[in-house]
Design a protein around this ligand. Structure first.
Ligand SMILES: Cc1cc2nc3c(=O)[nH]c(=O)nc-3n(C[C@H](O)[C@H](O)[C@H](O)COP(=O)(O)O)c2cc1C
Length: 388
């Protein structure tokens, strides 16, 4: 695969397909890329480094393209170690290079490399600053808390390229495979809490004439950019992408699961899109991302020592932590002697704004009665009215 993006811009990043968990948390069955870019010109610029396991490969990628020339500038858009681990070795290879960052960047740099003194190399930039580097006009656009405080984007006027740090990133290879699902799982998992800050960054970049977006993970985006901006706008406003239902459930002995199957059958009979997640047996990050994708959520769970099943608590808390809002929610609870799951869920969701919690919640005592079955059908009717 060619590393050339344009006449003067090259990919020098790496692909990690042996990682077990990204950010110590997320399964990445198709691996992850740590993107880094080389801008060749009168002055050579590298944007971001890579994870600690790939520094030599990355330096080799750069060197291969430069022959005997040197790198003059390293721009550190993001200090998360999967992008900044290579700074020290970079300076060993290019000791006279300037490293560009903001005040937060350099504080973090000291924390991550306490033994090293970077004072002779640093070049401090401010928000919206434009600088001429060789034959390029480069603008820095701060994007604080997307998703760390030091983050900024870099806009190269000459090529109309936006380097967007972790924004617009995606799990998996740098290839043409479907973008949205794994980009959503990345965004909802890692960035979703900071919708306001993403909105502010989107506002800033809307002023720019952008031909391509180069994120720090996954493919470069250079077609139909409106599509990606639109979807980021929805995600950061916490609005659903699709009408449809996620049913998240737990069930110890299978009776709650039966109620979920009945509900799913009723919904599918009405041609309503429906995704079901057994919270003890699924990848939670997919369930959470899907809950954000759709307009409706049904939580079906067992009472467990007067609380709810631990995996369901974790799921609901994961939604709340990411500012879950603007959705229709319904609850099916089960309990053998004192069902209490509904109360617990409502309490967990109490600070989530603009949730329409259905009055048609269902309480099952151990196994479904005929009344419960009718309540499930009523719930399906209510959901159909909201969705169709
Ligand atoms: C460890 C454990 C604790 C439970 N605690 C409660 C409880 O506090 N209150 C209650 O009504 N039912 C309790 N139950 C019963 C579950 O809610 C029970 O699994 C459910 O009613 C049957 O649904 P299921 O077949 O989907 O598991 C508990 C079950 C287990 C295994």
């Amino acid at each position: 695969m060619s590393n050339k993006i344009s006449e003067e811009i090259y990919k020098v990043g790496v692909y990690d397909n042996i990682i077990d968990l990204f950010e110590g948390h997320y399964c990445v069955p198709d691996g992850i890329t740590y993107n880094s870019y080389l801008l060749k010109g009168e002055k050579n610029i590298v944007i971001d480094t890579v994870d600690k396991n790939y520094i030599n490969q990355w330096l080799h990628n750069i060197n291969d393209l430069l022959n005997t020339r040197v790198v003059d500038y390293l721009i550190i858009q993001h200090m998360e170690p999967d992008h900044s681990a290579g700074v020290e070795k970079f300076l060993e290879a290019y000791p006279n290079a300037k490293i560009i960052g903001n005040i937060f960047t350099f504080n973090m740099l000291k924390q991550y490399f306490p033994e090293k003194n970077f004072d002779n190399n640093i070049m401090l930039i401010s928000d919206n600053q434009e600088i001429i580097i060789g034959d390029r006009d480069i603008k820095f656009i701060f994007a604080p808390m997307v998703h760390w405080p030091e983050v900024f984007f870099t806009y190269d006027k000459k090529s109309k390229t936006l380097f967007s740090a972790d924004a617009f990133g995606r799990f998996g290879k740098d290839d043409n495979s479907e973008w949205t699902d794994e980009a959503r799982r990345y965004y909802i998992g890692i960035v979703a809490k900071y919708g306001t800050q993403v909105q502010s960054a989107l506002g800033k970049i809307s002023q720019l004439d952008i031909k391509r977006v180069c994120p720090l993970h996954g493919p470069i985006l250079d077609d139909n950019l409106e599509k990606y901006v639109h979807i980021y706008d929805l995600w950061s406003k916490y609005l659903p992408e699709s009408k449809g239902v996620v049913i998240a459930y737990t069930s110890v002995y299978g009776h709650t699961k039966q109620s979920v199957e009945l509900l799913a059958e009723e919904l599918r009979d009405k041609n309503i899109k429906c995704e079901i997640f057994d919270m003890c047996r699924c990848d939670k990050s997919i369930a959470v991302a899907s809950a954000f994708k759709y307009s409706n959520l049904v939580i079906a769970t067992t009472t467990y020592n007067m609380d709810i099943f631990p995996e369901m608590r974790d799921f609901v808390e994961s939604l709340v932590l990411r500012n879950y809002q603007n959705r229709n929610v319904a609850i099916i609870e089960n309990g053998t002697w004192a069902p209490n799951a509904k109360n617990v869920i409502i309490a967990l969701l109490k600070n989530s704004p603009n949730l329409n919690i259905s009055g048609n919640s269902v309480t099952i005592k151990s196994s479904m009665t005929e009344d419960n079955k009718q309540q499930i059908r009523n719930l399906a009717e209510e959901i159909a009215k909201q969705v169709l």
